[in-house]
Design a protein around this ligand. Structure first.
Ligand SMILES: CSC[C@H]1O[C@H](OP(=O)(O)O)[C@H](O)[C@@H]1O
Length: 362
């Protein structure tokens, strides 16, 4: 996507050395646009763990490139398996991480060690390019949902939670892809952006992305969504996902489940947008089976922002001495979803719905 007229992806290989990996440091947005150059496996692992790069599809792509960086140091089978395990352990919920590393290992295990680096970079590039293409397709398949909400004389209001934009993927985004596609098609739309405590991916990243693309939007407190729905201010909700079960349960940023309950109570369509790389075909009961990442309590007790004098500061926002809990995701049961938007089209959030789009999984 574009930043001030210049095309960017969220991860790319250095055009000069053809091996180091660049990412946008998402912990510095929206205050500054900083590119990080990753040169080691550990730098890639840290980038994922610390959320310098975050979002299910892009952490899969960065992990794939992290394995490339590891193979440059040691392409032996023992080291390759160890390094893939280390990268896979960086975050537990998004299935794209394991999917990408499993795909890399499948491609590399039968490749001579002397050829692994070149083959690995080629496979990682395919993963990245495929993600961008899949997310563009999600935009095309989600567009009719926004078109159906067009009414004479009023804008379409879409609510989204967290950041499932191009920053969270290699390009286009998932939940935001239909929004960009509709905006580019000239549809008069507006986006309610959930701030998404505690990491504020909505306030810091989605608002920044939409602003750079010129998409009208308003940041709201996470707790405002139900009120907006009660007063007819939300035509549909589109969110991303970190793991979708074979039955259509969807793990996504904490707070998604509560938004889905409010949407159901107000008859507001609630869609999950995700590429098929986010589907975990091995699990059926999302609440029981999807591991939920517990992150540091400091993400709840502290906030980072820009002071009046322009300096960036982090401060405590919770009563001193009070502990905090920080589950980073929750699972929305399929019964609360209107449907799923994938690169192959839309379907009900159900086993049959997904198998209708992915019959090879029967
Ligand atoms: C397009 S996947 C985006 C998905 O990932 C986010 O999690 P995190 O920011 O912790 O990586 C969030 O759940 C988004 O919906």
């Amino acid at each position: 996507m574009k930043i001030d007229g210049r095309d960017y992806r969220s991860v790319w290989v250095d055009a000069d050395d053809h091996w180091s990996v660049h990412i946008l440091d998402q912990t510095k947005l929206p205050w500054s646009l900083e590119v990080l150059r990753l040169t080691t496996r550990d730098a890639a692992a840290h980038a994922i763990r610390s959320m310098q790069t975050r979002g299910a599809p892009v952490i899969g792509a960065v992990a794939a490139y992290g394995l490339c960086l590891a193979l440059r140091e040691d392409a032996s089978t023992e080291a390759m398996e160890r390094d893939a395990d280390l990268l896979n352990a960086t975050r537990p919920t998004a299935i794209n991480l394991r999917w990408a590393l499993d795909r890399m290992l499948t491609r590399l295990r039968n490749t001579p060690a002397s050829e692994r680096v070149a083959v690995a970079y080629h496979e990682a590039a395919l993963i990245a390019d495929e993600d961008a293409a899949q997310n563009a397709a999600i935009g095309r398949h989600g567009l009719p949902l926004i078109e159906a909400a067009v009414r004479p004389g009023r804008r379409v209001n879409v609510l989204t939670h967290c950041n499932a934009g191009w920053l969270a993927t290699v390009d286009w985004g998932t939940a935001l892809s239909p929004i960009y596609t509709a905006f580019n098609a000239g549809i008069d739309l507006h986006v309610w952006v959930d701030e998404t405590r505690p990491r504020n991916q909505g306030a810091a990243l989605t608002a920044w992305e939409l602003g750079k693309h010129g998409v009208p939007h308003t940041v709201v407190a996470d707790n405002a969504g139900g009120h907006l729905m009660q007063h007819g201010e939300v035509d549909l909700v589109i969110v991303g996902a970190d793991r979708v079960t074979r039955t259509g349960d969807a793990a996504n940023k904490i707070g998604t489940y509560l938004k889905a309950l409010a949407a159901r109570d107000n008859n507001v369509p609630f869609w999950v947008a995700m590429p098929s790389t986010t589907i975990d075909w091995t699990v059926s009961d999302g609440v029981a089976e999807i591991p939920i990442e517990e992150r540091s309590e400091t993400e709840v007790t502290e906030m980072t922002g820009r002071m009046a004098d322009g300096t960036i500061a982090t401060m405590r926002v919770i009563s001193a001495g009070s502990p905090a809990a920080n589950p980073a995701f929750d699972v929305t049961p399929a019964r609360l979803l209107t449907g799923l938007i994938t690169e192959r089209g839309r379907c009900p959030a159900s086993a049959e719905g997904l198998l209708g789009l992915f019959p090879e999984r029967r």
